[in-house]
Ligand binder design. Structure first.
Ligand SMILES: O=C(O)CNC(=O)[C@H](CS)NC(=O)CCC(=O)C(=O)O
Length: 277
């Protein structure tokens, strides 16, 4: 199986972002990818609440979603849209940060709302309050494909290993971790977290990322870490896409999942542990 990771540098203008994303999806398909993955917030990196209120749409009216579904059908590929920022109709006005698995007919096969919100002060100057704008999801999701099961997660979820344990035990062969990681935490934690989840799950980890300085029309400027990554079930880094926008394709030997789990069957060795709660 051949997978393609899109590394994007989106702005807070969905209309401007879409043509770039579509041409990179076409490029991945032309390089033979049968599963193409895009990063977190493929449609719009958040700058201010008022800007989001203006440009974000409900799922059934979102043009990025409909155009990417068409693209999956046109190219005959599976597409993991890392996430879209979408209106929800919730009373408190918060948005959803939602991944979609699209099949080669363009149909939606799975949806996942990011569970863990990035409410973190990463440095004296840099604080994130994701839960101010986004409503967290509640449910883990596995999507079925002909080449294996995908466990859907997003960005900050990577720091919560029990979610990945659950997905691995549900049979996930590939864990998807689309991201818009902060440069500071990215440099310190991104690669070891991805490799740890791959090793302890005996699964591929595919992590398409946002990169660079993002153009925003208002609010504070944003920058993200890049370094989209593919990690094999044994823990080896297959791809590190660096820090500029790009399309990176790679072959995945899906039998590596069973091989890794046979060599170290730790998924079968969980025990319930007594002691402090
Ligand atoms: O806000 C948007 O538009 C897109 N979403 C993000 O950028 C999200 C929430 S602020 N970022 C992360 O989860 C970074 C996690 C991270 O950097 C870490 O775990 O260290």
């Amino acid at each position: 199986m051949r997978a393609g990771l899109l590394q994007l540098n989106v702005s807070d203008d969905p209309e401007a972002n879409l043509p770039v994303t579509l041409s990179m999806v076409a490029e991945a398909a032309s390089e033979g990818a049968t599963l193409v993955l895009t990063p977190e917030v493929t449609n719009c990196l958040s700058s201010s609440r008022s800007r989001q209120q203006e440009v974000l749409r409900y799922e059934d009216q979102d043009e990025t979603l409909s155009a990417l579904r068409d693209a999956a059908a046109r190219h005959g590929i599976w597409l993991l849209i890392g996430s879209l920022a979408l209106k929800t109709g919730d009373a408190d006005g918060r948005f959803a940060n939602r991944s979609f698995l699209i099949d080669p007919a363009g149909d939606i096969r799975a949806r996942y709302d990011k569970i863990h919100m990035f409410d973190v002060q990463v440095s004296a100057e840099e604080t994130y309050r994701e839960s101010d704008g986004f409503r967290p999801g509640e449910e883990a999701v596995v999507g079925d494909t002909p080449f294996g099961k995908l466990g859907l997660t997003i960005c900050y979820d990577i720091r919560f290993p029990h979610l990945y344990r659950r997905l691995a035990r549900a049979g996930a062969d590939i864990l998807t971790v689309p991201a818009a990681f902060s440069p500071v935490t990215g440099a310190a934690h991104w690669e070891p977290l991805l490799r740890a989840r791959a090793i302890e799950s005996g699964a591929f980890v595919l992590a398409p990322a946002q990169c660079g300085s993002h153009a925003t029309s208002r609010g504070r400027p944003r920058a993200t870490y890049g370094h989209s990554m593919a990690v094999a079930p044994w823990g080896d880094v297959l791809v590190d896409a660096g820090d500029a926008p790009c399309v990176t394709c790679m072959d995945l030997n899906m039998t590596d999942v069973a091989t890794a789990r046979r060599r170290v069957p730790s998924l079968l060795h969980d025990r319930s542990i007594a002691g402090p709660p």
